[in-house]
Every structure is written in structure tokens, then in C-alpha cells.
Write a protein that binds this ligand. Structure first.
Ligand code: ACO
Length: 428
């Protein structure tokens, strides 16, 4: 017999089914709760609420496990490519050589963006943050591909939207950077692979040739894979929620980019470097900042530490920490803020405040350090995260639509004024 949970409301007992996942994760299905008991559940920040069942990513925060479609992140980061992982996330299985070729080829053929998009880009001042530009330009793809607004797209049409987005995102991302420094944009070179093409659009100049360093390509590939999906996080939930209203893939992902921008989410990688710079400018006393982070009267937090679901070392952070060491050695980078980062890491890992709260360095603590070593400017860090997260957002959006999930619409417990009569302004 399947398991059930019992809940007693106003002295009356109700039975609720328990849903069990393939990894033995258990959830009390409360979908009939309101109709049966006229009560709802209250869970600010959704710390205990499952919004969906999903077959894409499994993570166990206590054990530090992360798997895409069943494959351990460690194996994928070590052995696969970003496009292979993207295919896996979006279509559910590892591609054959032919499928991967076809997928890569189709993406290569769609890397150009409509020339009119450059006019939109030109309208942004150089002060615009690249994440704002990215979100706006991804949303504006709906204007160039209005058929993407059709909520009854066939599988082939939906697939074309997916390919276009995967193909154009690196172009838009690199162009948003070129715009922010007032340089001419570089067009995609389709003979290059995904990561090299992006790096070329970021770092080449029209007047000079640019050789992509394989160490950099390798590191970028790994970073993109590590960020590719993370189940129902803030930006992914945003993508699913917006998509649940049958908004297009482009507008749903554009909203996800907005969510990712926040410093408590993807914006943390930029915030980490800014924090390390701040500590350096202040004289480099990391202990002082550890004390500030522990002080409840001080709003300072150690950026890059802690995670909503990992209460053990973030498995991505483990891989990336090693990759950071390798990349810095290979590129011969000597960065003074690295010592501060190491001191913070060591102090926090031994300090009872962080140990008791299980606050470990997260993926963003190290990714910022690598991006910096690769020559990526700080305000592009979160854009890099968005590039990596894109296949995850697409896979989650697609799953939600294919499963015909209902529109997302949470409820609330109202705590405002009860009914009162309007009073004319002169009588107030
Ligand atoms: N520095 C100092 N104290 C912290 C930190 C931190 N970075 N993170 C959590 N704490 C403390 C809180 O003050 C709280 O202490 P208390 O129990 O004494 O009140 C306790 O640890 C639990 O913290 P919450 O904020 O309740 O944890 P939550 O799960 O809501 O937040 C979050 C997780 C947002 C990631 C948080 O740890 C944080 O702000 N970290 C810094 C920002 C960051 O690195 N974000 C990137 C996350 S990874 C990603 O998005 C890819």
C-alpha cells in the first residue's frame, strides 16, 4: 500500500497521499488540501515546498550529490562538453555522435542575430549592466520570431526556438560586453566551437587577430557544465512560473535572467570579487570581515558562502576549486586577492559560526576567481552564469510545457486591514 500522511484540522482527520521519487525523496501531496480543509500551507521562500516533479536534475544537499539525468556532475565535468550536456538536459539522454553533430551544426547555423538587434543594443548607454542588456535582448527575440509566441507550437517549432536561443545567447552576451566598453561588436565565427566562438566575440578586435587559448576554452567548458542546471532554484522557478502562463521561451528565459542577476543568487560571483577587492582596499584583514559577517547588527555577509540546499560542501565547488588551481597555474596568474580568498575560506571552514550553520564556500566563491583569471570582466560574471544555466532553463521550461503543468499561482494569508469605508480626502 502506498504511504499516506494524516493531518488533523479542527479536530477532523484528513489523509494525504505521499509521492515518492526515484531517489526515495518524499513529498506530501497537498493538492486537495484547500478543497477538503479550506486551509492552505504557508512556506515563505518555499523552503519545504516542491513545485513540481521533475526528471532532469537530482541533488542531495546533505550528501553533496548533483546529477543531471542520472549522470554524476563529476563525470560530466571531467569527460563531456557543454553542448553534449546541453543535449542531455534538454532531450533527456546523452547524444549519439550523429545527434551531437547535428545539434552542434544547427546551433552553429543560428549564431547570427538580426541586424536590427544592433539598433536596440545601440540604444543602451555604456553604463548599462550586461545582465540588463542580456535580459532585454533575449526578450526582444520574440519580436524577430513572433511565431515563438504561439503557445501551441509543434515539437519542431519549439525545437527551433530552443536552437535559436542556444545559438544566439553567446552572441548577445558578448555583444552586451562590447557595448559596455564602447567597442564594435564581433560577429560569430561558425568554424569555432561554442566556447571558442564566445571567447572570440568577447576578446577579438576588428583590427587584430585573436588566438583562443585551449586552457581557457577548457576551463570555460567546465564552468558552463557545472552551472548548466540546479533543479528548482530561484531563476529556474522563475522561468517555469513565467512559462506556466504560456509565455514564450524567450520571455520566460528573459525573466530568469532577471532573477539570476540578484546578488543572493547568480550575482554572488560578481559580489565575491567586489568583496575581496573591498577587503584588499581595507588593508587585507580577512579576520575583521569574518567578524563583520558574524555580527547580527552588521548587514555584511560573506559572499560566496552558504547555500539554500547544500548543507555540505557544494559538489560543484569541489570540482571548481581544483579547476581554479589548475587554471591559475597554467596561465601563470598571480592575483593578490587569491590570498585573501584562501584566508577567508580557511577561517570560515574552522570558525564555529560557519561550521554550526553549515556555511561552506559555494560554486560562486571560486567561479569568480576563475573568470577573473580568464580575463572576463567582473560585470560579465553573472552573464557567464546565465550562459551556463541556459540549457537547464530550456529543459525545465520544456518539461513544464510538455507535462502540461497548470499556471503557477501561489496563495497567501492576508494580514492587512479588514473592510473599512472610504473617507473623502477633506475629512481625513
Ligand atoms: N555570511 C554570514 N552568515 C550567513 C551567510 C553568509 N554568507 N549565509 C547564511 N548566513 C547565516 C544567516 O545569518 C543565518 O544565521 P542565523 O541562523 O543565526 O540567523 C543562517 O546562516 C542561515 O541563513 P539563511 O539566510 O536563513 O539561509 P538561506 O538558505 O535562506 O540563504 C543564501 C542561502 C541566500 C545563499 C545565503 O547563504 C547567502 O546570502 N549567501 C551569500 C550569497 C551567496 O553566496 N549566494 C550564492 C548562492 S549559490 C547560487 O545561487 C548559485
Amino acid at each position: 500500500m502506498s504511504e499516506i500522511a494524516e493531518i488533523i484540522v479542527d479536530g477532523k482527520s484528513y489523509q494525504l497521499p505521499i509521492v515518492v521519487g526515484t531517489e526515495d525523496e518524499k513529498a506530501i501531496d497537498i493538492s486537495s488540501l484547500r478543497s477538503e480543509t479550506s486551509h492552505i500551507t504557508l512556506d515563505p521562500g518555499y523552503k519545504n515546498t516542491g513545485a513540481t516533479t521533475s526528471a532532469i536534475t537530482f541533488l542531495d544537499g546533505e550528501k553533496g550529490i548533483l546529477r543531471y539525468r542520472g549522470y554524476p556532475i563529476e563525470q560530466l565535468a571531467e569527460k563531456s562538453s557543454f553542448l553534449e550536456v546541453s543535449y542531455l538536459l534538454i532531450y533527456g539522454s546523452l547524444p549519439t555522435a550523429e545527434q551531437l553533430n547535428d545539434f552542434s551544426d544547427r546551433i552553429r547555423r543560428h549564431t547570427l542575430v538580426n541586424e536590427d538587434m544592433r539598433k536596440i543594443l545601440d540604444g543602451f548607454p555604456a553604463t548599462a549592466h550586461p545582465m540588463g542588456i542580456l535580459s532585454a535582448l533575449v526578450s526582444s527575440l520574440t519580436a524577430f520570431y513572433p511565431e515563438s509566441l504561439n503557445s501551441n507550437q509543434t515539437q519542431d517549432e519549439m525545437d527551433l526556438s530552443v536552437i535559436r536561443l542556444m545559438a544566439k545567447m553567446p552572441t548577445i552576451a558578448a555583444w552586451s560586453y562590447k557595448n559596455s566598453i564602447g567597442h564594435p561588436v564581433i560577429y560569430p565565427k561558425n568554424k569555432l566551437d561554442y566556447a571558442s566562438n564566445f571567447l572570440n566575440m568577447m576578446f577579438a578586435y576588428p583590427t587584430e587577430s585573436y588566438e583562443v587559448d585551449p586552457v581557457v576554452v577548457d576551463a570555460l567548458n567546465k564552468l558552463l557544465i557545472l552551472h548548466a542546471d540546479h533543479e528548482q532554484n530561484c531563476s529556474t522557478s522563475t522561468v517555469r512560473l513565467v512559462g506556466s502562463a504560456h509565455a514564450s521561451l524567450y520571455s520566460s528565459v528573459s525573466a530568469g535572467i532577471g532573477a539570476l542577476w540578484g546578488p543572493l543568487h547568480g550575482g554572488a560571483n560578481q559580489a565575491v570579487i567586489e568583496m575581496l577587492e573591498q577587503i584588499k582596499a581595507d588593508g587585507g584583514d580577512s579576520k575583521k570581515f569574518i567578524e563583520k559577517a558574524k555580527d547580527k547588527n552588521d548587514s555584511f555577509r560573506l559572499m560566496g558562502f552558504g547555500h539554500r540546499v547544500y548543507k555540505n560542501f557544494d559538489p560543484r565547488a569541489k570540482i571548481i576549486k581544483k579547476s581554479a588551481d589548475d587554471v591559475l597555474t597554467a596561465l601563470g596568474v598571480k592575483d593578490p586577492i587569491l590570498n585573501i580568498a584562501k584566508e577567508l575560506e580557511e577561517a570560515a571552514l574552522n570558525d564555529p559560526y560557519f561550521v554550526e550553520r553549515k556555511l561552506y564556500p559555494n560554486v560562486d566563491f571560486y567561479s569568480g576567481i576563475i573568470y577573473r583569471a580568464l580575463g572576463i570582466p567582473t560585470n560579465m560574471f553573472t552573464v557567464m552564469f546565465a550562459l551556463g544555466r541556459l540549457p537547464g532553463w530550456i529543459a525545465q521550461w520544456k518539461e513544464m510545457r510538455e507535462n502540461k503543468e497548470p499556471i503557477g499561482r501561489p496563495r497567501q494569508v492576508y494580514v492587512g486591514e479588514t473592510e473599512r469605508d472610504y473617507v473623502a480626502v477633506e475629512n481625513r
